[in-house]
Write a protein that binds this ligand. Structure first.
Ligand code: HEM
Length: 175
């Protein structure tokens, strides 16, 4: 099969839709430290609901990812940069799974379920556990920091390809 010049529409919708969702989730998560604000409870409820959607979206995205061949990296890209791109992408996928799963397990360990817009409640998994709660809360926060670093690297690389190298890489995800 020849290398395509761009990502298929389904991959571009997943990419930009999830970028917006994850960026909003990170901002909402960071704002939630202000526990005395009137908007704290609705933001936490929305964060949990959209976090479950993010997990469903990343499962669907990964399944979709196996359906097509992605455009090759520029042939003249140094091997170290190709390796860095592959490692960053793999870590981004790991974080996209680890964020919602650790959030869900943290809330489960606190003994709460997740209210899905009042339609139904996802029950907690396992028994309430203080040790489990602290562990998954820490994991959720550490993964969030790692995810933010990876996003900065990913965006920097995209801008470098689009504005400095002026190769096809950024275009392949835009149109
Ligand atoms: C893409 C998915 C998610 C992202 C990017 C995300 C991001 C964040 C961030 C940045 C924080 C602040 C961490 C800190 O500095 O302490 C946070 C906190 C939190 N998240 Fe998430 N989250 C996601 C999914 C979820 C899910 C699915 C749940 C639960 C169902 C959840 C529940 C919580 C709770 C309860 C807190 C507050 C922890 C505390 O300080 O007590 N998150 N999240």
């Amino acid at each position: 099969m020849n290398n395509p010049a761009q990502f298929p529409l389904s991959a571009r919708i997943f990419h930009w839709g999830m970028a917006a969702l994850i960026f909003s989730m990170l901002l909402a998560g960071l704002s939630m430290v202000q526990t005395l604000q009137a908007w704290h409870a609705p933001i936490v409820a929305a964060h949990k609901f959209f976090g479950v959607l993010a997990l469903i979206a990343v499962i669907a995205r990964l399944a979709n990812r196996f359906r097509f061949k992605s455009p090759a990296l520029p042939a003249d890209l140094p091997a170290a940069q190709k390796l860095a791109a592959m490692v960053t992408q793999a870590l981004l996928y790991i974080c996209m799974f680890a964020m919602p799963i650790s959030g869900f397990l943290m809330v489960s360990a606190s003994g709460q379920g997740i209210n899905m817009l009042g339609l139904f409640t996802l029950p907690p998994i396992g028994e309430p556990s203080l040790v489990g709660y602290s562990f998954f809360r820490e994991l959720h926060a550490i993964t969030a920091v790692l995810l933010m670093l990876l996003i900065v690297m990913h965006v920097t690389a995209a801008v470098y390809h689009g504005l400095i190298r002026k190769d096809n890489l950024l275009r392949s995800m835009l149109r």
